[in-house]
Design a binder for this molecule. Structure first.
Ligand code: HEC
Length: 97
């Protein structure tokens, strides 16, 4: 993801409150567990068990999950398309921790 900004992605994750539902490496509060942990996302095979784990698909999913994967329980989030690319870049950059 050449034009994505990992540091901005982290700020967006904090602002959007993804941690309310997910444990995310580098995000220390909140650490909700109603959604799956996002640790080690770069090594994960599928997004939500059904979508190919590619940067473009992940960016679409974190922005508007219900439109990307009908029936998913992950809600749409208030992110622009560029924001979503930065958030996806952060998730790929975090490693396992
Ligand atoms: C209200 C709770 C909630 C919020 C807020 C939320 N999510 Fe989710 N998220 C979920 C749930 C529940 C799932 C599981 C969906 C499924 O399996 O269909 C999920 C799934 C995901 C997945 C796929 C996980 C996997 O293991 O494949 C990613 C990536 C993700 N969310 C990222 C984010 C990001 C980034 C944000 C913030 C922009 C966010 N989520 C905000 C509840 C939430």
């Amino acid at each position: 993801m050449p034009q994505a900004n990992v540091a901005h992605g982290m700020a967006l994750i904090e602002r959007a409150g993804c941690g309310a539902c997910h444990v995310i490496p580098g995000i220390f509060w909140p650490r909700g567990e109603s959604g799956p942990s996002l640790a080690g996302f770069a090594e994960q095979g599928l997004i939500a068990g059904r979508l190919p784990n590619r940067p473009d698909v992940l960016a679409a999913y974190v922005r508007n999950a219900p439109a990307t994967l009908p029936g998913t329980t992950m809600p749409a989030m208030p992110l622009s398309a560029q924001d979503a690319r930065d958030v996806a870049a952060y998730l790929y950059a975090t490693g396992k921790r």
